[in-house]
Design a protein around this ligand. Structure first.
Ligand code: PLP
Length: 213
């Protein structure tokens, strides 16, 4: 199979066996004789696909029981808006953002539509060439949440540590480094990642949410 690697800032190549299995499933599923595209998304068979995907993710990332895993549409960009819609609107508190590159700047811009945002670190003046250390961040304990991007895809800046303050919900866009290394899910209230870089084809976004949040 001629499945060339894509090194541009877009979807990663899926393994050949995944593509072959998908191609067979689009034609007709061996178990049912129906194309996966013609199968009801509410059927028990398809529920099994979703359950298996969730269970694999839970195993690989050691996701605790008190976290939900949801598969959504709209990509990483919709999460830039959905997060403040859900957790900043009407909160009477501000949200904090680490602006470390192109994508976190976009996220902060969306936050402003829903309430007060505070940029706790901004790498723009330095041309987004470095990330902050713990002492660079001035975090407040009463923030509604702290948002950051663990790997700035455009600039190629990846956090090697987890920022945050005890008691402040931590929200992270892991679109371009989820599953690249183990991650301590319990440090986060919400992790989101679009699928197309590290997990699968574009069109699916995964959110891992702490139930309390
Ligand atoms: C870290 C990061 N967040 C968000 C996005 C935007 O996601 P989407 O294109 O799925 O809206 C991208 C790139 O596409 C990204 O690399």
């Amino acid at each position: 199979m001629n499945n060339k690697m894509n090194f541009s800032g877009g979807p990663g190549a899926l393994p050949a066996e995944v593509l072959l299995e998908t191609a067979r499933a689009v034609e007709a599923l061996p178990e049912t004789g129906i194309s996966v595209l013609g199968m009801s998304h509410r059927s028990a068979w398809f529920r099994g696909v979703l359950d298996e995907a969730e269970s694999n993710l839970r195993t690989l990332l050691h996701i605790p029981e008190d976290y939900h895993v949801v598969f959504l549409q709209g990509g990483g960009s919709l999460q830039f808006a959905m997060v403040p819609m859900n957790f900043l609107r009407g909160a009477n508190r501000h949200a904090e953002y680490i602006v470390s590159g192109y994508w976190s700047a976009k996220a902060e811009k969306e936050g402003k539509f829903e309430g007060e945002t505070r940029v706790v670190w901004d790498g723009k003046a330095a041309g987004y060439t470095r990330l902050p250390g713990l002492k660079d961040l001035h975090l407040s304990p009463d923030a509604a949440c702290l948002h950051y991007v663990s790997n700035e895809t455009v600039e190629g800046l990846e956090f090697s540590w987890v920022p945050g303050l005890e008691g402040v919900p931590l929200v992270c866009d892991m679109s371009s480094n989820i599953l690249a290394a183990p991650c301590e899910v319990e440090k986060y209230s919400l992790i989101y990642a679009h699928a197309q870089k590290n997990l699968g084809p574009s069109g699916v976004t995964v959110c891992i949410l702490e139930d309390d949040f």
